[in-house]
Design a protein around this ligand. Structure first.
Ligand SMILES: CC(C)(COP(=O)(O)OP(=O)(O)OC[C@H]1O[C@@H](n2cnc3c(N)ncnc32)[C@H](O)[C@@H]1OP(=O)(O)O)[C@@H](O)C(=O)NCCC(=O)NCCS
Length: 210
């Protein structure tokens, strides 16, 4: 069906929130270029959101991606950690990832520095359609894990928006080094976002129990 969403321009200030209210933005391409240059700019205080606003349930860092195809469809990025693990498992199943013990997944989420979820909200129904998380030493380094977009929503720019949101949050936390481990078939996806493969010949190394 091609692009179901037309995603508009986005700036760093749109993504970063410093207060207690969620934010609405039109998200889209061209954001990466402005990421570093915009860092010194003060972040605007978020506008107040009515108590009955559906965004309120998505936490203070929530950002809405607009517009969607249907008038009652909303796409919302959130940093809340209380994700239904069955829903997360269904999302991971949808892209063919092997299952992991639920208790360990819960622990991984609880101990992650950042957990980002992307939701489709249709009237009162909401569905988890994207996910990513990052671990960190809270000072120098963060590593991004488990980046996924529901196959029905892939190829529409949402993976990019999800990653830009993750990066913006890590930038806001003043973490300078962001790394990840890319499956071979998604290396170019990350390259397009500015990630560099093996910078200065550095190799990722793994140790496995024998
Ligand atoms: C990888 C993934 C998150 C991308 O999400 P998406 O919403 O389809 O990506 P987008 O539509 O935002 O694509 C952004 C850009 O990356 C490109 N891109 C997307 N997937 C790509 C891929 N697998 N290889 C190369 N480029 C890719 C798009 O063409 C687009 O390019 P453009 O900016 O020049 O137009 C999604 O395909 C997915 O969930 N895959 C299964 C899980 C997975 O493999 N995760 C990564 C584990 S390391």
């Amino acid at each position: 069906m091609g692009h179901a969403f037309r995603i508009k321009a986005l700036s760093l200030q749109d993504l970063l929130t410093t207060g207690t209210a969620p934010k609405r933005v039109a998200a889209g391409m061209g954001f990466w270029k402005s990421l570093f240059s915009a860092l010194d700019t003060p972040v605007a205080a978020p506008s107040s959101v009515p108590a009955d606003d559906p965004l309120a349930g998505y936490g203070p860092q929530a950002v809405e991606i607009t517009p969607a195809i249907a008038a009652n469809q909303r796409l919302i990025l959130s940093t809340r950690r209380d994700i239904d693990l069955q829903e997360l498992e269904a999302l991971c199943d949808a892209v063919g990832w092997s299952r992991r013990p639920v208790r360990r997944v819960r622990r991984a989420l609880d101990n992650s520095f950042l957990v980002v979820s992307l939701w489709e909200q249709l009237a009162q129904q909401r569905r988890l359609i994207g996910f990513a998380r990052a671990t960190s030493d809270h000072a120098f380094n963060a590593t991004i894990w488990d980046v996924v977009i529901n196959p029905s929503f892939q190829g529409q720019g949402l993976g990019r928006v999800l990653m830009e949101y993750v990066i913006a949050q890590l930038q806001q936390a003043e973490i300078p080094n962001i790394t990840l481990f890319a499956d071979p078939h998604v290396v170019d996806f990350y390259r397009r976002l500015g990630f560099v493969l093996d910078p200065e010949g550095i190799k990722g190394m793994f140790w496995y129990p024998s």
